[in-house]
Design a protein around this ligand. Structure first.
Ligand SMILES: [Zn+2]
Length: 303
């Protein structure tokens, strides 16, 4: 019985998922295929979600992955050890104990947590002012320790630009880099960054967000904002990003717009956007509408 498995995506992507995390995020685990977390074993595994209510049970048992009857785990399968390593790395991320040799230690300063920028001003204190901070958008979020005020800190950023930098130049493989974004079931960079084409297949999962990574194609200036297009399409329909010109902070928005202008003049610029595609059939396309300029970035390859 395992909490974790590798989800086999359309492109054969082997990102590690947690079954309880999937369920917490409203994803039906039965809609995907999985394999053992030990790539050398690679046995197909299946989600088992025990019935919630059964007479005589004090509490419902946790869901888990198990191998099927026809193909068992191979001899020497390391799933137990790998699982332990993932759990340790996560506990370190939550401020318990010293960093020894888990994923967090290896990934060094790579951001893990995406800090949501609230579109409205915080009332009643506690919220940090974030005006005029276009350069200083990386911060250390203190995770809660055990009341001693000495909890470990976890690298975080409110801009996907930092995540894109790490994605483009990963210190360790993408499937071992932890990440945490609200609304995204993914646990690693490999699972978080997906093609915008896959985004159109998530339309029914109304709460799921991902970082979509595709080729910049073109953009159009309108009176109220900019339409930015991926080169990828779904059933002939374009996939776009709508950038209202009222987004704040304006300095961050202007930096993004400058970047878009550069993208037009180079070959192979890569467009990244955090969000969820919704159908805009009256415009004949799927679109993500930004609520913050921190949700979008364009990677320009070195000349
Ligand atoms: Zn196995």
């Amino acid at each position: 019985m395992s909490e974790y498995a590798r989800r086999i995506g359309n492109g054969g992507r082997g990102g590690v998922v947690s079954i309880s995390e999937l369920i917490r995020n409203g994803v039906d685990p039965r809609s995907y295929n999985y394999r053992c977390i030990d790539e050398k074993c690679d046995a197909p595994v299946f989600p088992a979600v025990p019935d919630k209510v059964k007479p005589g049970r004090l509490r419902s048992p946790s869901p888990y992955f198990r191998a099927g009857p026809s193909e068992r785990h191979k001899d020497g399968c390391m799933r137990g050890a790998i699982e332990e390593r993932i759990i340790n790395a996560q506990q370190q991320g939550h401020g318990s104990g010293a960093l020894v040799d888990g994923e967090h230690a290896i990934s060094g300063g790579a951001p893990v947590r995406f800090v949501e920028k609230s579109p409205v001003k915080t009332v009643g204190g506690g919220g940090k002012q974030s005006s005029g901070d276009d350069g200083a958008d990386e911060q250390r979020a203190r995770t809660r320790g055990r009341g001693d005020g000495g909890g470990a800190s976890e690298a975080s950023s409110k801009s996907i630009e930092k995540f894109v930098d790490v994605y483009e130049n990963p210190p360790i493989p993408h499937d071992q880099l932890p990440i945490s974004i609200k609304g995204c079931p993914a646990k690693t960079f490999a699972e978080t960054f997906i093609s915008p084409i896959e985004g159109a297949s998530l339309l029914l999962n109304s709460d799921i967000r991902h970082i979509y990574r595709g080729q910049y194609d073109r953009h159009e200036h309108w009176k109220t904002g900019i339409s930015l297009y991926f080169k990828e399409t779904v059933n002939g329909l374009p996939l776009s990003v709508w950038i209202p010109n009222t987004l704040e902070p304006a300095s961050v928005l202007n930096r993004l717009i400058d970047r878009i202008q550069v993208a037009e003049s180079v070959r192979d610029a890569t467009l990244y956007v955090l969000g969820r595609f919704v159908p805009k059939f009256n415009h004949g396309k799927y679109a993500i509408e930004l609520i913050s300029p921190y949700q979008c970035w364009i990677h320009i390859p070195n000349p």
